[in-house]
Ligand binder design. Structure first.
Ligand SMILES: Nc1ncnc2c1ncn2[C@@H]1O[C@H](COP(=O)(O)OP(=O)(O)O)[C@@H](O)[C@H]1O
Ligand SMILES: [Mg+2]
Length: 303
């Protein structure tokens, strides 16, 4: 049997695991890394489309990036939700004008969970991005709707779980990391993607169950996948690892659709919170600079 057969076969096994809904085994956590344009969003939407077709009684939640074109409208049948206290504005990139879309507001997780619809990409905007971490913990303990299973898609998840985090954010990362295993047991699947894995909290990355690499990405040392295998990938192919196994899976394109627009999220926060946010942001930029500097020094063989 050729090598290609083997990776395709292994890929099928991994794909079956992703779509298997066995309560004893729990859900899967997958991280997808790839440069811009490599297909990260397409892959995650592809998995979401299969999920809702196969499992119409499963809730799907979607976290989109902010201040850049939305991704969720590449598929049909979505609904936007905003936490009370967050105002959303939709700005068209062509006309630069604001336009309206229906938004369902929710008070808390219970309210959101009750309002979320089946067979729908439930696009959620929390006041704070890191609330997603608390929501994941909530989801693992709440199974009273539909089949009890849920899928959470996190676009550009470095915003939720940043590597360079101080104070409250750092504690949130720790919580995410501690609960990563339980999230899985709680019948929750998470598909998270990033183009710069160095910006994602390392505690969290290391706890994920599967990693998928797209064309142009650099493989992690811990992965059983060899770099030259990734270098040969075409667009629409992903190399995915699961423990010591790996395989190849394919996915469909989900190209951007008109209108191209972004969501502006307006949140009123109090003075104390604002100070904390600013302090946090400063720490993150400083840490980032230090680590880039270290990389340069290492390349120059100074250290
Ligand atoms: N399986 C595929 N086959 C053909 N084209 C694809 C495929 N996946 C993605 N593309 C195209 O590549 C472009 C970038 O894909 P996208 O999912 O936005 O990547 P990323 O999220 O990594 O930036 C899109 O225009 C998309 O249509
Ligand atoms: Mg993308």
């Amino acid at each position: 049997m050729t090598k290609k057969d083997r990776v395709t076969r292994e890929g099928e096994k991994i794909r079956n695991r992703i779509f298997n809904r066995n309560k004893a085994e729990g859900g899967v956590t997958i991280e997808t890394v790839g440069v811009q344009g490599s297909g990260k969003t397409s892959l995650d939407l592809h998995l979401a489309e299969i999920t809702r077709r196969k499992y119409p009684k499963e809730l799907i939640f979607y976290r989109d990036s902010i201040e850049s074109p939305v991704q969720f409208n590449r598929v049909d049948n979505w609904q936007i939700y905003a936490e009370e206290g967050a105002t959303l504005k939709f700005r068209d990139y062509d006309t630069n004008k604001y336009f309206d879309l229906p938004v369902i507001t929710f008070k808390d997780f219970n309210d959101l969970y009750r309002k979320a619809k089946f067979k729908t990409i439930n696009v959620v905007y929390f006041k704070k991005e890191y609330t997603w971490i608390d929501f994941l913990n909530y989801l693992r303990r709440h199974m009273h709707r539909g089949s009890g299973w849920k899928t959470v898609i996190l676009e550009e998840y470095e915003d939720i779980a940043p590597q360079y985090a101080g104070g409250k954010r750092w504690r949130k990362n720790l919580l995410y990391s501690k609960n990563a295993k339980n999230i899985r047991k709680g019948l929750v699947n998470t598909f998270a993607n990033t183009q710069s894995k160095g910006d994602v909290s390392h505690f969290i990355r290391s706890k994920l169950m599967m990693r998928s690499y797209l064309r142009g990405s650099k493989v992690d040392d811990v992965s059983p996948i060899e770099q030259r295998f990734i270098d040969k990938l075409k667009i629409g192919e992903a190399a995915i690892d699961y423990g010591s196994n790996f395989g190849k899976i394919t996915f469909n394109p989900y190209p951007p659709k008109d209108p191209i627009f972004e969501v502006e999220k307006i949140v009123v926060i109090d003075e104390k919170e604002r100070e904390e946010e600013i302090k946090d942001a400063k720490i993150r930029t400083l840490d980032k600079k230090i680590s880039r500097l270290e990389e340069v020094l290492e390349k120059l063989n100074v250290v």
